[in-house]
Design a protein around this ligand. Structure first.
Ligand code: NAP
Length: 419
């Protein structure tokens, strides 16, 4: 027992002395980590730590009867595990944290990583990590890894969930956690002191926060243009000419709305960048914060662009089904029959064929660039591009886009098909 305590003391001093170089290769003592809790999160984290070369000790209420733990991990009682490692991950729900109070002596000076999340915002008066710190004031609590799921941990970091957020009051303790996160293949972002832990605990409860504004804009624009076109084209024709063309609501009207919304959303995606540049020129510096509204707008540019692409895709699908619509087939047959009856012929107008083909070709090109732009905005793709490559794609897109719109405006054949 004495030997074990001496070895642990040595381990702590070694760990503390090397904290400043924590990202370098871990020593034997640093390699020993403890995980309290053998549930989904504890097991997944233990597995990843083992895969990264750490020696893992689980602390459990029932060390003898724990099943499905990763091979190579030791299972001990909480007290034994706490003594054996300097870094302890707490993979237990906050409601059960009082089991740590009797262990306070063993946890003195240790780094405790609080992984817990809540079921809803403001569930407790203080953040879980702050509560943990109040239970074991002599331990060094760091909040972290809570934004990852057990599944993501098991599968290893991918582009979408490479980020780990950490916060804590002691810089050395955060360095230790940062080193482990880096060794596991994650990139850790320091979010400041432990008072930021409530914010980190709220992260997993957020539902598409950056999509809300773009979605509202998309729904608002769609509703506005739909009703505008409904009144202008369907109701107006019914009232003034008594013509019932309400069937056009399903395809023609939708196909009119989609490109309009798509182009407006695309403009809204690029406009804040232009406004920000003007603001910086006006202020003569780029080191001042943008107003909140512009900041919010800038943050959701990618979502605006992806929604714009979504509407463009809908426009493509609606356009592709035009030839199989009953109305179009009826109209084409009617025209042929009328011509036969009148014994007439249609002259082939080469300029019209040129207009039609150019229109379609530019449309396809524009859509291809649109898709390319959408794909390059995905993190997995944009991470693989250099800044020059990324700028090239975005700038080419802006330069070529107006030409396809111009083609759309002068092409006469489109109106026939779209009716
Ligand atoms: P879980 O599967 O229910 O496991 C919780 C573990 O806590 C149990 O296996 C148990 O381990 C231990 N425990 C239960 N009651 C206890 C008590 N009264 N005293 C001491 N230990 C007790 O939960 P989990 O999904 O692993 O989540 C654990 C923590 O990680 C939670 O705070 C959760 O918010 C957080 N988290 C989970 C995920 C996820 O994807 N699952 C993601 C992010 C964060 P023993 O039987 O070995 O003692």
């Amino acid at each position: 027992m004495m030997d074990e305590e001496r070895s642990n003391e040595k381990c702590e001093s070694v760990t503390l002395s090397l904290m400043s170089e924590a990202v370098s290769a871990p020593t034997e003592c640093e390699k020993r980590v403890c995980v309290f809790g053998t549930g989904d999160m504890g097991r997944s984290l233990g597995l990843r730590l083992l895969q990264a070369g750490y020696s893992v000790m689980f602390g459990s209420r029932r060390p003898q009867s724990c099943n499905f733990l990763p091979n190579g991990a030791q299972v001990l009682s909480h007290a034994e595990a706490a003594q054996a490692a300097h870094l302890i991950f707490i993979a237990v729900q906050r409601e059960h944290y009082d089991f740590l109070v009797p262990l306070a002596y063993h946890l003195k000076g240790k780094v405790l990583v609080d992984l817990s999340n809540n079921l809803k915002k403001n569930q407790y008066p203080e953040a879980n990590a702050e509560y943990l710190q109040s239970l074991v004031p002599e331990a060094e609590v760091v909040k972290g890894f809570n934004t990852l799921s057990a599944w993501a941990l098991q599968n290893g970091p991918s582009d979408a969930n490479r980020q780990v957020y950490i916060c804590g009051d002691r810089a050395e303790a955060k360095q230790v956690v940062l080193a482990v996160a880096t060794k596991l293949g994650f990139s850790a972002l320091d979010r400041g002191s432990l008072s930021a832990s409530r914010e980190l605990e709220d992260f997993p409860l957020q539902l598409f926060p950056l999509w809300r504004l773009p979605m509202r804009i998309a729904v608002g624009l769609t509703a506005f243009f739909f009703f505008y076109l409904l009144i202008r084209e369907i109701l107006y024709a019914y009232i003034t000419q008594g013509k019932d063309i309400s069937f056009r609501i399903m395809v023609s009207l939708a196909n009119r709305v989609c490109p309009i919304v798509s182009l407006i959303m695309l403009a809204l995606c690029y406009l804040p960048g232009v406004l920000a540049s003007f603001l910086q020129l006006y202020r003569g510096t780029k080191y001042r914060r943008f107003p909140d509204w512009l900041d919010r707008w800038m943050l959701c540019r990618k979502q605006l662009g992806l929604l714009a692409l979504g509407f463009a895709c809908l426009h493509v699908l609606y356009t592709l089904i035009i030839p199989i619509r009953y109305y179009v087939r009826f109209w084409a047959t009617e025209r042929t029959v009328t011509q036969i009856r009148q014994n007439g012929t249609n002259e082939f107008i080469t300029s019209r064929a040129w207009h039609s083909d150019s229109y379609l070709s530019f449309g396809i090109l524009g859509f291809g660039l649109y898709v390319l732009l959408g794909i390059t905005s995905l993190p997995s793709v944009s991470n693989a591009l250099s800044w020059r490559e990324f700028s090239f794609v975005t700038e080419t897109m802006i330069l070529l886009r107006p030409s396809s719109v111009a083609t759309r405006q002068f092409c006469p054949t489109r109106t026939n098909l779209e009716q």
